[in-house]
Design a protein around this ligand. Structure first.
Ligand SMILES: Cc1ncc(COP(=O)(O)O)c(C=O)c1O
Length: 279
């Protein structure tokens, strides 16, 4: 039975309970983090904890744990989980209080952490690529914060699934931002390109690792604004996320990307990324 951490205690998932007045439930007033674990080693743990700290600061919620405390409790979950490849999920909400928009005083945040098994993406997705659709990015203007208020992302991802696609790529005012639950990297004129990491985009840890690998291995890359027309003429389109790593998008809105096959630049970066899994 898998264990979770809830407000200072470890317990079986089935026993974990949150009161209905939790502001995470009522308002989506909380933040979260997802950390991939390979062979019981969390990948880029410090970066994820740093991003969590930034999300908490962004919603004006004190970090309930020091980095050492987070690390200790997460490593205990990792050790006790049945599978060695896992994804760690952390959620911190503003806590439990009578429903009222303003911040309640004197309450403690709700802190949840749990591990679940993580399977690699299906081999066929990597071999043939996946399809994606595009939609207008109708989310709010603080997409750099990893908040639990994900309704727009949920609706956009579902539109992709309804059309038999794997992801929905988002376009705001004519420029690519990211996916419903992923970042986007493209190859345009041989250069690995990703949209600017500003308030409209989650600063993905996988994307950061990918760009660092590109830099270290002399693969030309650029972070810049990418217009919709450039997306449609890109040689390669890839999506990145902690749980799906790097996936090639080979069909976009029903049209083949490049030659319709996963491209060499992304494949090279993906194989370098595999090397990060062994500590
Ligand atoms: C909206 C959004 N952008 C980007 C990402 C990728 O972030 P990371 O690579 O840190 O998992 C995610 C991850 O779920 C996401 O939800």
């Amino acid at each position: 039975m898998s264990q979770v951490y809830l407000n200072g205690q470890f317990m079986p998932l089935e026993e974990a309970r949150i009161p209905v007045l939790d502001r995470g439930f009522l308002f989506g007033d909380g933040v979260y983090e997802v950390i991939p674990v390979y062979q019981r080693h969390p990948l880029a743990l410090e970066r994820h904890l740093h991003r969590l700290a930034g999300s908490l600061a962004g919603i004006r919620l004190d970090n309930p744990h020091s980095e050492e405390e987070w690390t200790a409790l997460l490593l205990r979950l990792v050790k006790d989980a049945p599978d060695s490849d896992q994804s760690l999920y952390i959620q911190v909400t503003r806590g439990v209080a009578p429903r009222d928009h303003g911040f309640p005083q004197g309450i403690r945040p709700t802190v949840l952490a749990m591990a679940k098994p993580m399977a690699p993406p299906p081999a066929a997705w990597l071999a043939q690529g996946v399809s994606a659709i595009t939609r207008e990015d109708f989310r709010w203007l603080r997409c750099d914060l990893k908040t639990t208020a994900l309704l727009a992302n949920v609706l956009l991802r579902q539109q992709a699934l309804d059309e038999g696609a794997v992801e929905c790529l988002l376009i705001r005012d004519g420029f690519v931002t990211e996916g419903a639950a992923s970042n986007v990297v493209l190859v345009i004129d041989g250069v690995l390109c990703s949209p600017l990491r500003n308030h409209l985009v989650l600063p993905g840890i996988t994307l950061a690792l990918v760009l660092e690998l590109a830099q270290r291995h002399g693969i030309p890359f650029a972070e810049r604004s990418i217009g919709e027309a450039e997306l449609r003429r890109a040689e390669e389109v890839w999506i990145t996320s902690s749980t799906r790593e790097m996936l090639p998008v080979t069909i976009l809105d029903g049209v083949p990307v490049g030659n319709g096959k996963p491209g060499p630049v992304g494949q090279r970066v993906l194989s370098l990324y595999q090397g990060l899994k062994t500590p």
